[in-house]
Design a binder for this molecule. Structure first.
Ligand SMILES: NC(=O)c1ccc[n+]([C@@H]2O[C@H](COP(=O)([O-])OP(=O)(O)OC[C@H]3O[C@@H](n4cnc5c(N)ncnc54)[C@H](O)[C@@H]3O)[C@@H](O)[C@H]2O)c1
Ligand SMILES: [Zn+2]
Length: 346
């Protein structure tokens, strides 16, 4: 990867941003690769987790970069999952009005989603991803062999986005996931090479048709309208829902089940397709129902609040078939309540 960093840079100094989990496995070989390419990298290792994606962390990075003598031609390297690459990209977008950066993506979610599309940013205490910039990396490197050290729960979170990509764009990928679910869970590198590449293609196609999120890019929000509300609801109870921890991927899985249910009840989606999606998510160890009913009023309030933040009508992406979705803004509160009630009937 040193070669790609060198190609992007016009200066011998670089910053290498990572987190402690990733550093344990990959900091040494990556530093060595940079050194071999003639780059002296200032390595900054952050505590793992979303808590590191803040303006304060960015400010500390600017200090380190300034002290290490980074100039406009220096390259920033983000080595890690989506948290690290979002932060590294944001720091690169803003340091001296923008320096080149490359993403070395080590989580499945990072490889198939976060590192593609050029969105970078940090969280505000009151709102995730509130502060950010579009800043395309000069290169994205994704070595699927790094998935071997990724915790299973993180692998599952990535798989939820992979199922989302198949549902919105690629029936063939869906069939492949169904055939190879066990190999994927066992982290089979050969299967992941192909699955990763297809996912990157899907996201890149959608994003390049609509880089600044006017229309088509919104289909990437499939499962996320309800998923985000469920995730926020869980955050209000310390990241847990009905007693169990709820990661982003788990919330998105529930969101996709609920949104497919709305489509099915409208007569727009065959029951067989909704069942295929549910079965695949369940095989990946993702939740498809909840033990206890959800607080539908609270979920709706969160969705309306999100809607206000977007200054528009509540927009849904509903599946029509495997690999095909439509966008609509006429879903009623009753339809949402019905879908949430079905989720809670586990
Ligand atoms: N920019 C975008 O378009 C975009 C899209 C989707 C998500 N995101 C952002 O991505 C973030 C989530 O990304 P994530 O799920 O990768 O989270 P993450 O970066 O926190 O990584 C998940 C966990 O896995 C660990 N990890 C990563 N790679 C590892 C490896 N190879 N071996 C061992 N441990 C490893 C990390 O240390 C962390 O504990 C969120 O902040 C989200 O907002 C951004
Ligand atoms: Zn997501």
């Amino acid at each position: 990867m040193g070669r790609e960093a060198k190609a992007a840079s016009r200066s011998p100094s670089a910053v290498l941003i990572t987190d402690a989990n990733v550093a344990e496995h990959y900091l040494e070989p990556v530093t060595e690769s940079l050194r071999a390419a003639g780059l002296a990298a200032e390595a900054v290792t952050l505590p793992p987790g979303e808590g590191s994606k803040t303006l304060e962390a960015a400010a500390r990075l600017y200090d380190r970069m300034l002290k290490a003598g980074l100039d406009r031609g220096s390259v920033a390297v983000g080595l890690g999952g989506g948290v690290v690459t979002d932060l590294a990209g944001f720091v690169a977008a803003t340091y001296m009005r923008g320096i080149p950066w490359i993403a070395v993506s080590t989580s499945l979610l990072g490889q198939v989603d976060a590192s593609v599309g050029g969105k970078t940013g940090v969280d505000h205490p009151e709102c995730k991803n509130l502060i950010g910039a579009f800043h395309q990396p000069a290169a994205v490197l994704a070595d699927v062999s790094t998935l071997a050290t990724l915790p299973q729960e993180e692998l599952r979170t990535g798989l939820a986005e992979v199922v989302k990509h198949a549902m919105i764009r690629d029936a063939d990928l869906m069939a492949r996931l169904e055939r190879e679910a066990d190999a994927l869970l066992a982290c089979d590198t050969a299967v992941f090479e192909d699955v990763d590449a297809r996912n990157v293609r899907i996201k890149a196609e959608v994003v390049s048709a609509d880089e600044r999120e006017g229309g088509l890019r919104r289909i990437l929000n499939y499962g996320h309208t309800i998923g985000h509300a469920i995730e926020s609801l869980a955050m209000e109870s310390g990241g847990r829902l009905a007693g169990t921890p709820l990661t982003h991927g788990r919330a998105v899985a529930l969101g996709m089940v609920a949104e497919a249910c709305i489509a099915e009840r409208r007569g727009r989606l065959a029951a067989e397709v909704a069942d295929r999606q549910r079965d695949l998510l369940a095989r990946f160890g993702l939740p498809v129902a909840l033990e206890e009913p959800l607080d539908a009023d609270r979920c709706l309030a969160i969705m309306r609040h999100d809607k206000k933040a977007q200054a528009g009508r509540l927009r849904f992406v509903l599946p029509e078939a495997v690999g095909s979705v439509c966008q609509t803004d006429d879903v009623t509160d009753d339809e949402i309540r019905d879908a949430l009630a079905l989720l809670g009937r586990g």
